[in-house]
Design a protein around this ligand. Structure first.
Ligand code: HEC
Length: 174
């Protein structure tokens, strides 16, 4: 029996050796896989901050673009008079008032403006908004009523008046 036992164990040994070898290969493969995965994870961790930053930056850029559009809308709603009297004059009034076309009082012509200025700012704004004789209504065009008021003040002051910058509350009743 003592001879048989080694024989048995000898015949078992190659199998056991193979199994042991296979286990070792498997363990090494597993170790290699773990190592590769670990390296990949480490690479992913190292690479991800710039990627994440890019994503954050483009999100910020988009947010800024959206905010800018929103800001313009808010500004339009809360402060409609975004053009100065000079800009309104150049854009909508100068066609007649620079040359005196249709009998319009000319810009800077104090003699032509003094009697009109004497009527007061509200009356002049009223005339400009709703029109007077050959002058068509200036309300409802590309400028707000308050911007038209700025145009009136710009022209009247150039004609000798000292009207202050108009506000919405100075608007004529009609
Ligand atoms: C199509 C020509 C024309 C345009 C454009 C025009 N006006 Fe006139 N405007 C006239 C004429 C003509 C008169 C003289 C009206 C009258 O008294 O018979 C006049 C008169 C006026 C008066 C004096 C009103 C009064 O009661 O005496 C004011 C103020 C005035 N215009 C402002 C403006 C402003 C501000 C604009 C631009 C937003 C403008 N006008 C654009 C033709 C024009």
């Amino acid at each position: 029996m003592s001879n048989h036992s080694p024989a048995v164990s000898a015949s078992e040994t190659p199998d056991a050796g193979l199994v042991e070898g296979a286990k070792r290969v498997a363990a090494m493969s597993a170790g290699a896989v773990v190592l590769i995965v670990g390296v990949l994870i480490a690479l992913a961790v190292v690479m991800s901050p710039p990627d994440a930053q890019d994503a954050r930056l483009s999100a910020d850029a988009i947010a800024k673009r959206i905010a800018r559009v929103g800001a313009v809308e808010v500004r339009d709603a809360s402060a409609p008079a975004t053009h100065t009297g000079e800009q309104v004059f150049a854009g909508q009034c100068s066609g007649c008032h620079a040359s005196g076309a249709l009998g319009a009082p000319k810009f800077g012509d104090k003699a032509a403006w003094s009697a009109r200025i004497a009527k007061g700012f509200a009356a002049l704004w009223e005339s400009a908004l709703h029109g007077k004789n050959a002058m068509p209504a200036q309300s409802g065009g590309q400028f707000t009523d308050l911007e038209v008021a700025r145009g009136v003040v710009y022209m009247a002051n150039a004609g000798g008046a000292k009207f202050p910058e108009p506000t919405e509350s100075a608007k004529p009743a009609k």
